[in-house]
Design a protein around this ligand. Structure first.
Ligand SMILES: Nc1ncnc2c1ncn2[C@@H]1O[C@H](COP(=O)(O)OP(=O)(O)OP(=O)(O)O)[C@@H](O)[C@H]1O
Length: 648
């Protein structure tokens, strides 16, 4: 938390600024605290496991970057380095920790190599082999490893801890140091010390797996306000180069932390520093940024800048990966593939055995099944002795079997999808027919041809109260014979005129009704004899066809059938929802519940006017539906699943 900003130029009105980080060290924190709590030990463990790790210090000049990484300046100045000093920085302590970890990992063989370079005035100098002329090294792009590298950089084998310490000591002696008013021992260059860790591990089958991890320690030169440091001449030139490369680093961090810009152009190529840190900033490594800030009030604007950089850097997300030898990586992936295929095959075999009866009659499946050739059993003890060619043959064998099984599996899924689709079509068609029946019923009720309509007016009610129940409207389909012939019987108590004069038209109506139903049969397929038979349903449809209204839906005497129809329509909608939720859907498949409705499949005519269809007279134009409009699902609405208002 930065307070008292009100009197800082450019920050008037700002009282406090808050930033958040993973860890904050107070001024009293020791070097050991930084080792324990900064997360560096985790980075070292990851480097041993084959990851690429980086720890870098960032901050204004004199804020303590070099102190954090390597300790006070006099530590490496003397003839012999005191290895027991508590003042040693993060690098020294990390080396001790690294060797401790390596000793615990007895199962692996490790090879350590180290390099140490500095970027001074945009030139890369090898600190382990600077030469008298301090000839700069070239930074090139490696197509193979897809990263920048320093050509001809000296790599020192480090078998012992002493070797690593010697590298550190040698580099510290050769790095460029200058002095200015803010730091007597100011680093005039950015330094990168890299420890390459190659691990070899023998697997159970005798194959050696090699991983290549590394850890970079980066001590950046501090940003400086040349007015404050009073830099001149060479120091001024150094300061300008330092500031320029830090500015590019700032751009890269800002772009990488911005979700909109991170996939765009990142200006790594604008400085040597960002070229060499590109991999650590956004590549496949893990990076620790240590932001060093001065507690002095006079440095508050630089402190805020550093804190801003650090919080931006905290937003960058990397994808760490283990770097392995490509040939060994291939062997490991083949081994994994073999084991995954074996598991998959076992699983599929079990699944197929379970559904063997179901698929026995499917010729297409049987054909694909014949192509399967079960590979010989894999002897895990012998796998270590197997020749690579033998092993790859085996893998190919399993892959072929796996492909065949996958095909069979997808055929089964397809079959199931088709059946589910068929079932759904049948259900929808049932719905359509039911709706039609409702319309027909309501038309029949209103029609003067059929005397089944209950009385609507008070006058009619008075005239036709019939205690034997003959005036109660009855659905002709509910009769025990299942035939529409009973339609006549239901209206048996009607007037003689009705009985004699309309028998013929009624039977015509019945006939056309049955024809219409037959014409619209769906979900039937021809059996071997060429006659139609219904498909066996997978999911039991709601048994509405037996009694289209159900016991509760039967209109009671004296009630308007239109009201009944509306009630049924509402009930059907809720039933439809329930029914849809019971249709099993294949996993990871496109939803079987939302099938495209192709008219050509149904070849259904548009819903006709039922009055026209059955020769019933239209209502007079001044006819008024006592219920006004009612909510129903029309054809388009079914697709949208949204109710619309339609006038009946
Ligand atoms: N936590 C600390 N405890 C004691 N002394 C410190 C601490 N941090 C920094 N110093 C001292 O402050 C001085 C400047 O620190 P240092 O050289 O590490 O700064 P720097 O950020 O590396 O500066 P530059 O960017 O100029 O190299 C050194 O003498 C260092 O020993």
């Amino acid at each position: 938390m930065v307070t008292g900003l009100n009197d800082v130029p450019g920050m008037k009105g700002t009282k406090t600024k808050l930033f958040s980080y993973n860890v904050v060290f107070e001024p009293g924190a020791t070097q050991e605290d930084v080792l324990q709590y900064s997360g560096i030990t985790r980075l070292i463990n990851m480097a041993v496991d084959g990851f690429s790790s980086t720890a870098f210090c960032y901050g204004q000049t004199g804020s303590g970057k070099t102190h954090t990484l390597t300790g006070p300046p006099n530590l490496f100045g003397g003839k012999k380095v005191d290895i027991y000093s508590d003042d040693h920085g993060l690098i020294f302590k990390s080396f001790l920790y690294l060797f401790k970890v390596l000793q615990e990992r007895k199962e692996c063989h490790f090879i350590l190599k180290a390099s140490f370079l500095e970027i001074y005035n945009e030139k890369v100098i090898d600190l382990l082999n600077p030469g008298t002329a301090r000839k700069p090294l070239a930074v090139r792009w490696s197509k193979k490893s897809q990263r920048f590298f320093v050509e001809n950089l000296f790599l020192v084998d480090c078998e012992e801890l002493d070797d690593l310490l010697a590298v550190l000591e040698e580099g510290m002696k050769n790095r460029a140091i200058g002095s200015h008013t803010m730091n007597e021992h100011s680093s005039r260059s950015h330094t990168i010390l890299t420890v390459h860790i190659t691990s070899e591990q023998q697997m159970e089958n005798g194959v050696f797996i090699t991983k290549q991890g590394k850890i970079n320690f980066v001590d950046l030169a501090g940003s400086e306000m040349t007015k404050k440091t009073h830099s001149e001449g060479k120091t001024l030139e150094e300061a300008n180069n330092i500031n320029k490369s830090l500015m590019v680093l700032g751009y890269c961090i800002a772009s990488l932390s911005d979700p909109k810009k991170k996939n765009g152009h990142i200006p790594y190529r604008d400085s040597k520093l960002t070229k060499l840190l590109a991999d650590s900033l956004a590549g496949n490594g893990v990076t620790l940024m240590i932001a060093c800030v001065s507690p002095a009030r006079s440095n508050v604007s630089e402190t805020i800048n550093t804190l801003r950089y650090a919080s931006r850097a905290k937003r960058i997300r990397n994808k760490p990966i283990v770097v392995m030898d490509p040939r060994e990586a291939l062997i490991v992936s083949l081994k994994r593939e073999v084991s995954a295929l074996q598991n998959e095959n076992d699983h599929l075999r079990t699944a197929l055995r379970m559904s063997a009866d179901a698929i026995a009659n499917e010729p297409s499946l049987n054909a694909s099944r014949l192509q399967l050739k079960t590979p010989p059993n894999l002897d895990m003890d012998r796998i270590a002795e197997m020749q690579p060619s033998e092993l790859s043959d085996m893998v190919r064998h399993y892959a072929a079997e796996n492909d065949a099984l996958r095909k069979e599996n997808s055929d089964l899924f397809l079959q199931r999808d088709l059946l589910i689709r068929d079932q759904e079509l049948v259900c929808r068609e049932n719905e359509r027919l039911l709706k039609k029946l409702e319309d027909v019923n309501s038309a029949c009720v209103r029609s003067p041809l059929i005397g089944a309509r209950p009385t609507m007016s008070a006058e009619a009610l008075n005239n036709s109260i019939d205690l034997d129940g003959s005036n109660i409207w009855t659905n002709p389909f509910n009769s025990s014979t299942g035939s529409l012939q009973n339609l006549n019987a239901t209206s048996g108590t009607k007037s003689a005129t009705d009985r004699n004069g309309n028998v013929e038209s009624r039977s015509r109506l019945v006939e056309s009704f049955q024809k219409e139903l037959e014409r619209r049969q769906i979900g039937k397929r021809a059996n071997s004899k060429g006659t139609a038979e219904a498909l066996p349903p997978i999911v039991q449809p709601v048994p509405r066809t037996e009694n289209i209204f159900g016991a509760d839906d039967k209109p009671q005497g004296g009630l308007d059938p239109i009201a009944q129809t509306r009630r049924i329509s509402e009930r059907r909608k809720s039933e439809e929802l329930n029914h849809q939720s019971h249709i099993p859907r294949p996993q990871n498949r496109p939803s079987a519940g939302k099938l495209p409705r192709t008219r050509s499949t149904f070849a259904l005519p548009k819903p006709e006017n039922v009055n026209d269809l059955f020769g019933v007279k239209e209502e007079p134009s001044d006819y008024k539906d006592p219920f006004g409009s009612s909510i129903s699902l029309n054809e388009d609405d079914e697709n949208n699943n949204e109710p619309s208002k339609t006038n009946k």
